[in-house]
Design a protein around this ligand. Structure first.
Ligand SMILES: C[S@@+](CC[C@H](N)C(=O)[O-])C[C@H]1O[C@@H](n2cnc3c(N)ncnc32)[C@H](O)[C@@H]1O
Length: 306
């Protein structure tokens, strides 16, 4: 076992101190965050991201009358606002946990209409999770790609923490390096699994699931199965190897459901998607918005841990 410490990519200082601008990150939740969103309209979707998420969680029995929700990494609060606008009658309490001083102020403002029921705290998810109790459902949307990643690994000389999770959960590693392991996301899933509550997660994946009716979306994808760096303003995030997270959750005896986020948001117009995606030449604003959205969301997965 190699006990030297190779690179740990860690964005926690950035999130704590930097004024985060999610508009430069093009999150799926923000693209579909309001009924007036041009992308929502171009796609012909009727529900905001938060409302749709609430529908799906309710239909699966995970959002019920009296439910206490914890959202980790809630950004501008758009997801929770959409969920409460549509399903507020079901929700008893909301705890928003975020590491950005800048974003928690924005979340407090977004939660103003429900302020009696909502608490917002500044904390690192990995530190605070073990201490949380009284939560019926965790929502962690487009956040785990920001958690620490062991980068530039040689499969024959893994650092102690990566070797420990690989051995404990029987995780696959490539024959040759360098490769990266989403050590923070694995730890977060472990911490969730030590609680009894279910969780919804979504993120940019390194092992995407392409909707069956839209195989053309796989064309030109960079996904090799292993996490890759995505450079953003003043920081980077890494795509997530969801199959590792599934293995961790199953090792705890949890049930896992997972799929394509494009299907999850309810976009099913395969004909239009094929035309816009294959042509790549957009003659209208609507087509340009659809192309931009498809190109982005095709790598995203959702996962429910029960
Ligand atoms: C890419 S943004 C996504 C925001 C929102 N969930 C969305 O989908 O638009 C990541 C969010 O996670 C928060 N975050 C990043 N690292 C965190 C950590 N270690 N603990 C808690 N929150 C964190 C960021 O401040 C931000 O709110």
């Amino acid at each position: 076992m190699d006990t030297s410490v190779p690179d740990l990519h860690d964005t926690r200082r950035y999130h704590l101190h930097h004024p985060v601008d999610l508009m430069t990150e093009f999150t799926v939740c923000e693209s579909l965050g309001s009924p007036r969103s041009p992308t929502l309209r171009a796609l012909g979707l009727a529900r905001t991201y938060g409302a749709r998420l609430g529908d799906r969680l309710r239909d699966r029995g995970l959002l019920w009358k009296g439910c206490r929700i914890c959202e980790i990494g809630g950004g501008y609060g758009s997801l929770m606002r959409g969920l409460l606008e549509a399903h507020g009658d079901l929700v008893r309490r909301v705890l928003m946990v975020d590491l950005s001083r800048f974003l928690i102020d924005i979340q407090r403002k977004a939660m103003e209409p429900w302020k009696e029921r909502v608490s917002v705290i500044l904390a690192d998810a990995l530190e605070v999770l073990p201490a949380l109790s009284g939560i019926d459902l965790f929502i962690i949307n487009e956040m785990i790609g920001d958690l620490p990643v062991r980068t530039g690994l040689d499969p024959k000389r893994l650092p102690a923490d990566a070797e420990a999770v690989v051995a404990r959960f029987g995780l696959a590693v490539p024959r040759e390096g360098p490769f990266h392991v989403n050590i923070g996301a694995i730890r977060l899933v472990e911490a969730i699994c030590r609680k009894s509550a279910p969780a919804f997660l979504s993120e940019h994946s390194s092992d995407p699931i392409i909707p069956r009716e839209m195989p053309f979306l796989a064309k030109g994808l960079e996904a090799t199965g292993w996490p890759r760096e995505i450079r953003l303003t003043a920081h980077s995030e890494y795509t997530i190897r969801f199959s590792h997270l599934e293995q961790v959750a199953r090792a705890f005896g949890r049930k896992v459901e997972t799929g394509s986020l494009l299907e999850w948001v309810g976009y099913a117009n395969a004909e239009k998607a094929r035309f816009v995606f294959n042509a790549r030449a957009c003659s209208t604003d609507e087509q340009a918005l659809i192309l931009e959205f498809l190109d982005h969301i095709r790598e995203y997965r959702w996962m429910i841990i029960r």
